[in-house]
Design a protein around this ligand. Structure first.
Ligand SMILES: [Fe+2]
Length: 335
């Protein structure tokens, strides 16, 4: 069958469809207008709302350990919603919310966000969580992930602090309720994560690899190889005297710093020079127990000019970005 149009005027959008008699259907007078919300922009005025400043960029921001060091039991959101122009709740990036959670000995914190993915990293202390009637113990250095629809209570045996990242801001934006778990609740014990990191560090040439890190993954995320279908998490070591060459990605990074001595830092910037170094970088010094936000698309490189190794745990929305094929991670090899 030849599907070629004899008369392209049929598809010419400047020509109206032939008139029909709506009275035939008996709906006359019942049609609603539905045009009140429609807006029309000339392309160049609206095609790049971030570049034009209409929509704010994610700010490079630091959050210190002082936010929770002496705090009573409670959740401390790392909130950039005002900077991001988000009016309906706290957010650290448009899609993610990072929090510090302080739980004093013998006390507890309840958590049931409308999120597809939750990641907890235990900064200090030990205790147990009750998740939908099931119990799991946790202690310093453990990672725990929870899927949609979990009702959890975290109970501390000793003074505890957690780093907690979830994607409730994305669900709020979508107007969606997360109801279907996409992975099983999973624990990554500290001891195993440390062993895996030591194995990688002990490999010949590990220090030349630019990166000594364990990528934590869930068996269910076959396409993305990430800790949940939305979240990505890495347990990393930056040895004394080492640097990690610049790289960039479209995921946001909410970087948690653990045991860093002075003169551990990250350089960030928007461009590389001909040697592959970052032009006019901003320096963010690492604060033990603190967090900093690496905005999407920025080149960043980590340096350890202290005399001691340092650990870090970046958390990103790179599970989602990888699934969307929009992660666009790039490394510089030049020097
Ligand atoms: Fe990164």
């Amino acid at each position: 069958m030849n599907s070629t149009l004899d008369n392209v005027d049929v598809l010419d959008p400047t020509i109206a469809a032939p008139i029909t008699n709506v009275a035939e259907y008996g709906f006359e007078g019942r049609f609603e207008d539905w045009t009140e919300q429609a807006r029309y922009f000339e392309y160049s005025t609206a095609a790049n709302p971030i570049g034009s400043g209409h929509t704010s960029r994610i700010p490079l921001t630091r959050f210190g350990r002082d936010l929770y060091a002496d705090a009573p039991t409670g959740v401390i959101p790392l909130d950039l919603s005002r900077e991001l122009g988000i009016a309906d709740g706290p957010a650290t990036s448009p899609g993610l919310l990072a929090n510090f959670v302080r739980i004093r000995a013998g006390e507890h914190v309840a958590a049931s966000p409308n999120a597809t993915s939750q990641l907890y990293y235990v900064l200090e202390g030990r205790g147990f969580a009750a998740v939908d009637g099931r119990l799991v113990a946790w202690e310093k250095g453990d990672f725990l992930t929870l899927p949609a629809s979990c009702r959890a209570t975290f109970n501390a045996d000793s003074d505890a602090a957690l780093y907690w990242v979830h994607d409730e801001p994305m669900l709020r934006y979508l107007g969606a309720e997360a109801t279907k778990p996409r992975f099983r609740a999973t624990k990554f014990p500290r001891a195993r994560a440390v062993v895996e990191l030591e194995k990688i560090a002990a490999r010949p040439g590990a220090n030349d690899k630019n990166r000594i890190s364990v990528l934590l993954a869930n068996a269910e995320q076959e396409q993305t190889l990430t800790i949940t279908h939305v979240l990505w998490a890495m347990f990393g070591l930056l040895p004394a005297g080492q640097e990690q060459r610049p790289h960039r990605h479209q995921s946001v990074a909410l970087d948690l710093i653990l045991d860093a001595q002075p003169d551990c830092y990250t350089l960030l910037g928007t461009r590389l020079d001909e040697h592959g170094d970052i032009v006019d970088p901003v320096r963010v010094d690492w604060e033990p127990g603190g967090v900093f936000v690496t905005p999407p698309g920025m080149w960043h490189a980590h340096y350890n000019d202290s005399g001691a190794p340092a650990h870090l745990i970046p958390v990103q929305d790179a599970g989602l970005q990888t699934y969307l094929r929009s992660l666009d991670i790039r490394f510089t090899g030049r020097r």
